[in-house]
Design a protein around this ligand. Sequence first.
Ligand code: PDD
Length: 288
Amino acid sequence: MTARVFLNGQWLAAEEARVSVMDRGFLFGDGVYEVIPVYSRQPFRLEQHLARLQHSLDGIQLANPYRLNEWIAFITQLAREAEWEDQSIYIQVTRGPMAVRNHAFPTQITPTAVILAEAMNTPPANQREQGIAAVSAADIRWLRCDLKTTSLLANCLLRQLAVSAGCVETVLFRDGFLTEGSASSIFVVKNGVLLAPMKNHLMLPGITYDVILELAAQHGLAHDVRDITEAETRAADELWMCSSTKEVLPIVELDGRTVGAGGTSGPVFAQMYAWYQEFKAKVMRAAP
Ligand code: PDD
């Protein structure tokens, strides 16, 4: 079966979908995106992802080409029709094509909107059980990391540092404080308390991050949202990464040094992972 993709209001075979080389998304990374997990064909936290898309569009001064109910209809249609039960749905909106290359916005904007589905590959059980290794790096990105823009070169370079070292993620520090991962949010556990960096312009407001804090509150796990120093991160009992596609994973090694006492996945992680799976199952059962 040929995958179908949504391009500017039309459903096309993936090979037929074409975007101009003059598209500002291609030439300038002038666009925003979302990645929405789909379990058993049910989009997870769809409204929250679409609210964040609106925040990103507002942040780059680009009018949303569709209303909320239109996005919901397109995405649920794709989730129903795509080849896989569990998917990761990618949506992207760019400022569209321009007649001549010019950094300033064109006077007439025709945005380019794309929606496509890929198979969702949640991390293998051994990563969850044994944990993963990470490296750290200085956060070299710009000062609007709260916007989910397609200008991801810094994130790509930072992620590659991890891959080149045989690791999974790069944990980022800016001016001595933890921000996030190259493509994930990061949590610290110390003395039984879950610590999360405060949402601000230096990190993406993660949808999975919100779910984890909600679950902590719901189950009475002590938690604190505040600035976290690099030293505190390195002295963590447990370190986690989370995202829509990775869910939540324990980081057991940072820059070649064991995190906490274990060198393996910790007890607070095991509890949170169980709550997360239970919550997902409940949400999916309640879906129409
Ligand atoms: N990225 N921080 C960054 C820089 C990210 O790129 C992501 C996710 C997250 C986690 O956000 P969420 O929980 O909403 O997925 C945090 C996606 C998955 C990606 O770029 O593929």
